[in-house]
Ligand binder design. Structure first.
Ligand SMILES: Cc1cc2nc3c(=O)[nH]c(=O)nc-3n(C[C@H](O)[C@H](O)[C@H](O)COP(=O)(O)O)c2cc1C
Length: 343
């Protein structure tokens, strides 16, 4: 016994213990990074685009149409810009029409070509023949679809200063952990909430996020996989699972973008809920590979979607109490260059 205690206190024993801890920490980091690497590699859309996958093709359409729309909003748009983008967009549109159908995404993409043509017409500039030959591969009757008119540029409209309203709105939001289980959210309300939420900015306007809503048994099973709902999981009427579709990403450099955009989408959803008088509590998805896999099984969410986070929501119980969660001094959250004009 004495010997055992002496060994336990010896420097070599302590050093070996530290090495073991370090190693196992590194191994588990490598193992989760590898898991994320495999998932991203399997589901993201490489340049060798799988044209049979509708979502992948749509992502390319939306991305290229955004390139055109964005260029038209620059201080001085160049004439005859983007030949390569236009060529690829029209090739993909032809492919899309052949493989799938002319739907909203199709006409939104066509709308960007229409905006391009209109821009040159308005400025009396001839479109280069090489570019025009690509454009001619589209059926110009498609330009008449009203969805096309929702694409292009609009004049900036100055809005009144609403910061006082937004300040009191934002400062009155609090996470809720005690909901009224009798009070439902209607389909109409959810649609209003989603209209606000979908206005969230996303990379190249790819809109790759999704909210999956769960209740009842399945919700209970999902909550068992999440580590921050102890003590209030029986008082949650609705559970949102926010995901990002990896097929909307094209480059290894975009590996963190699903989470950035997904987080912003989640915040919009939280504010939209608050705007109708409902409440929410963000729930982390800091979870193991095993739980992540179980989540797909239990929820039925497609594996090409990455789970970003969960959100409990509903109406707060009238006598519920919320944590005050004070914020630190604002100095902690920003810094300004020495030569800044903000004085
Ligand atoms: C991504 C994220 C994950 C969170 N996860 C949990 C969680 O698992 N359980 C929980 O009770 N609260 C969770 N929260 C809520 C935070 O505790 C809460 O937002 C924070 O304390 C600030 O309080 P407030 O939202 O009332 O301003 C989470 C918040 C975020 C943004």
């Amino acid at each position: 016994m004495l010997m055992k205690n002496l060994i336990r206190k010896s420097k070599i024993y302590l050093a070996l213990k530290k090495i073991k801890r370090n190693l196992s920490e590194k191994l588990s980091l490598v193992s989760v990074f590898y898991y994320d690497f495999k998932r991203f590699k399997l589901h993201y859309t490489t340049n060798a685009l799988n044209k049979d996958d509708q979502k992948s093709l749509e992502s390319w359409l939306l991305q290229d149409k955004h390139r055109i729309e964005k260029a038209l909003s620059l201080p001085k748009p160049r004439y005859n810009f983007g030949e390569k983008v236009i060529e690829r967009l029209i090739q993909n549109l032809n492919q899309y029409e052949n493989n799938f159908c002319k739907n909203e995404v199709y006409y939104i993409a066509v709308g960007s070509i229409k905006a391009y043509v209109d821009f040159h017409k308005k400025n009396n500039v001839h479109i280069l023949d090489t570019i025009q030959s690509h454009i001619n591969r589209l059926n110009h009757e498609d330009f008449n679809n009203k969805i096309c008119n929702t694409v292009g540029v609009v004049n900036y409209k100055k809005i009144e200063d609403t910061s006082d309203f937004f300040e009191s709105f934002a400062l009155s939001r609090q996470s809720c952990r005690n909901y009224d289980m009798e009070k439902n959210i209607s389909r109409e309300q959810l649609e209003k909430i989603m209209k606000i939420t979908a206005k969230t900015p996303s990379v190249c306007n790819r809109q790759h996020w999704k909210l999956h809503v769960f209740e009842g048994e399945v919700m209970g099973e999902i909550l068992k996989l999440q580590n921050g709902n102890l003590g209030f999981n029986k008082n949650i009427p609705y559970l949102g699972v926010i995901t990002s579709d990896l097929r909307s990403f094209y480059m290894p450099d975009e590996r963190t973008q699903p989470f950035t955009d997904g987080g912003m989408f989640a915040m919009s959803f939280i504010y939209a809920l608050h705007s109708i008088g409902a409440s929410s509590c963000a729930l982390n998805w800091c979870t193991s590979k095993e739980n992540n896999e179980k989540m797909y099984k239990v929820s039925g969410i497609e594996k090409n979607e990455s789970i970003i986070m969960l959100i409990a929501f509903g109406y707060a119980k009238s006598d519920s109490k919320n944590a005050c969660s004070p914020r630190l001094n604002l100095d902690n959250f920003y810094s300004i260059n020495e030569d800044s004009t903000i004085v």
